[in-house]
Design a protein around this ligand. Structure first.
Ligand SMILES: C[S@@+](CC[C@H](N)C(=O)[O-])C[C@H]1O[C@@H](n2cnc3c(N)ncnc32)[C@H](O)[C@@H]1O
Length: 291
């Protein structure tokens, strides 16, 4: 049951009411979502809400907030898409319905890629396949200021978002973007580091997925019946774009790690390891090109 409606709505009243409403609707992080959406409707940051608990919220602000709450609770639109932004690797990224909302698990991919080349000053040629919002390549470019990066995607709309993020973060001079499938756009070139977070969700699992995923592009999520179509093609082709001793790292569903490691070995990779995510699951397969 929702709390009784007060006469004047303050920030705290709205947070309490909305948190309860989201809880009843099965939203996973009700308080956090309420805070993010209210901060967005009021044009302030989340911490400001704590200072302004007693601030009355006027009718036009409440109308804006009500619409966001309705979209979150009923249509199950992810908060990042409602506010148009998501932080990844502490970098503020713009996100739209044309890209996957970057996930915390993908920071495992970035951390493992940086571990493979620990020298901050390394002059690396880097390729990110399936860049989406640009999250992975922009994090790497930010951490390795002498890296020259290329990022590809089959979606021109996603590439436009990634290019905008590169510009906003001041990284556009070191990251270029190219449209096409897998390694097509970089044929004949080779790299020191190749990373990818490709689509890897199994189509057979689609009905059981969180309703939020319906708002993200299908091509960013699904890859055939068991989710391995893109991973399999990636593993078969990646050797051709690797310099000698180059590193390749790919994100996947933990249940796919063993199969992908075997495909990498069959394709002539060595030093195969499976870095784990924060929950201790093998989230990445990493390898080097064998001579
Ligand atoms: C899981 S999303 C990852 C986005 C981003 N790298 C991230 O980690 O947030 C996968 C991305 O791969 C792209 N994609 C799907 N199939 C592809 C293919 N065959 N070649 C290149 N990109 C592909 C999708 O358009 C999508 O942007």
């Amino acid at each position: 049951m929702a709390a009784p409606i007060p006469k004047t709505w303050t920030v705290l009243d709205l947070l309490r009411w909305t948190t309860q409403h989201f809880t009843e609707r099965g939203v996973e992080t009700p308080r956090l979502d309420a805070e993010c959406l209210l901060a967005h409707a009021l044009g302030c940051d989340r911490l400001r809400l704590y200072v302004d608990y007693d601030r009355p919220v006027d009718e036009s602000e409440r109308t804006r907030f009500r619409e966001l709450v309705r979209e979150r609770a009923q249509a199950r639109v992810p908060v990042a898409l409602l506010v148009g932004a998501r932080e990844f690797w502490s970098l503020p990224l713009r996100v739209t319905r044309d890209v996957l909302v970057p996930r915390p698990d993908t920071e495992t991919l970035v951390a493992a890629a940086l571990d493979a080349f620990p020298d901050r000053e390394a002059e690396l040629d880097v390729l990110d396949v399936g860049t989406g919002s640009g999250a992975v390549v922009l994090a790497i470019a930010h951490e390795r200021p002498k890296a020259r990066c290329t990022a590809t995607d089959i979606s021109p709309a996603a590439l436009a978002v990634a290019a905008e993020n590169a510009t906003r973060l001041g990284l556009a001079d070191r990251v270029c973007f190219a449209e096409g499938s897998l390694f097509e756009p970089v044929a004949g070139r080779s790299f020191d580091l190749v990373v990818s977070n490709p689509p890897y969700v199994a189509e057979r699992d689609a009905a059981a997925l969180a309703p939020e995923l319906a708002h993200e592009p299908r091509t960013a999520l699904f890859a055939g019946h068991d989710g391995t179509d893109v991973l399999r093609a990636f593993a078969a082709q990646v050797r051709d774009v690797l310099k000698p001793d180059a590193a390749v790292l790919v994100e996947l569903d933990p249940a796919q790690a063993q199969a992908v490691a075997a495909w990498f070995a069959a394709a002539g990779m060595t030093g195969i390891v499976t870095p784990r995510d924060m929950a201790g699951r093998p989230r990445v397969v990493a390898a080097r090109r064998r001579e």
